[in-house]
Design a protein around this ligand. Structure first.
Ligand code: NAI
Length: 332
């Protein structure tokens, strides 16, 4: 069975090649995103494997179908980038990796919080230039402050545990509260309005869908405490970026740690350092000293990559042998 990987990076080729020693699939690694123009590259393969920024819309699916593809394997948890209904209609199956390491992402959230709060990104550059002054580097104790966790699924729950370790009060909001976890970890569920109004730090862990698109808009930013820190490792579309910029400019939002960005597929995962940045919103975000942007790297640990490769190739193996697909995505 032949698998064509799109948006493939060297670190993925290495780990998939190693895990494939136990499977012996034929694998092609393509650097380009999957698009109507590149779908032809999947010809002569049975499976395509895509990542978060490959847009798998109806047009792409039709082209894949024409080229004989029967399975789209998403090597990620979120599935907002694929038209699952269209795939189901065409008889193309879709699988994903629902869980690979909630620790990887929750620990990256922690890194963003600590870096922004203690201004490590500024201190690092300052000291290397021989500037040992401390002005402008004052942070705050996390101890006894309040963090609001929006979405208490796998990642959100690991984050609540880490934050309890810092002695923080944890407030949470979820459409489907997990009261058992709240009791055992020691956090409290409340309304979205209260989480927004009472938290010193707010971290987003809900999936992106029609309901959550621009969950954090102008009105909700206004509801937040002055000086709040916002962390988004969920999906860029959860925050209305133009309003975030407005509130960063007027000082209402104290700082932002973003591992995702609304228009990230044009930029993230690529070395564009010798090109001019044409996205004015992204360019503006990069000018703030109190904004920390990472290029969707929350998942990037050895453990997570190993789990992604293992689960993906196991799904392809199940597909090849006509076994039920444990991680299949269908329209609800
Ligand atoms: P999960 O499915 O375990 O948890 C999501 C939680 O959100 C659930 O508890 C659900 O009840 C809640 N939820 C869903 N819709 C809601 C709504 N409208 N309002 C309130 N709560 C709602 O997902 P998991 O594994 O914790 O991942 C969360 C998100 O993190 C993923 O959807 C993905 O977009 C993102 N992610 C980012 C990564 C990165 O590298 N930055 C890596 C992996 C995931």
């Amino acid at each position: 069975m032949k698998i064509c990987f799109f948006d493939a990076h060297q670190f993925e080729e290495d780990i998939f090649t190693k895990v494939n020693e136990g499977h012996h699939f034929e694998m092609t690694f393509v650097k380009s995103h999957l698009s109507p123009q590149t779908a032809i590259l999947a010809k002569d393969h049975e499976v395509v494997c895509v990542f978060t920024n490959d847009k798998v819309n109806r047009e792409v699916l039709e082209s894949l179908k024409e080229n004989g593809i029967g399975l789209v394997a998403l090597r990620c948890a979120g599935f907002n980038q694929i038209d699952v209904a269209a795939a189901n209609e065409m008889g193309i199956k879709v699988v994903r990796v629902p869980e690979y390491s909630p620790y990887a992402i929750a620990e990256h959230v922690t890194a963003l919080i600590l870096t922004l709060n203690r201004k490590i990104h500024k201190a690092y550059n300052r000291v290397r230039e021989g500037n040992f002054s401390l002005d402008g580097l004052v942070g705050f104790d996390l101890h006894q402050k309040t963090i609001g966790v929006i979405g208490t699924g796998k990642i959100g729950l690991v984050l609540t545990q880490i934050m309890k370790g810092f002695g923080m009060n944890v407030l949470a909001y979820d459409k489907f509260p997990n009261e058992e976890a709240a009791k055992s970890i020691g956090f409290k569920y409340t309304t979205l309005d209260e989480v927004l109004g009472l938290s010193d730090i707010i971290s987003l862990h809900v999936p992106l869908n029609e309901e959550t698109f621009h969950l954090i808009d102008r009105k909700r930013l206004f509801q937040m405490k002055k000086g709040v820190m916002i962390i988004n490792t969920g999906r860029g579309g959860l925050i209305e970026t133009s309003s975030l910029i407005e509130f960063l400019k007027n000082g209402h939002i104290g700082s932002a740690g973003l591992d995702v960005y609304e228009e990230e597929e044009e930029y993230f995962f690529k070395d564009l350092s010798s090109r001019v940045l044409t996205d004015d919103i992204l360019a503006r975000l990069l000018t703030f000293p109190n904004v920390l942007l990472t290029s969707h790297q929350g998942f990037l640990t050895n453990e997570a990559l190993q789990n992604i490769a293992q689960t993906t190739l196991e799904s392809v193996d199940d597909y090849k042998n006509n076994r039920p697909l444990k991680n299949q995505v269908t329209v609800q």
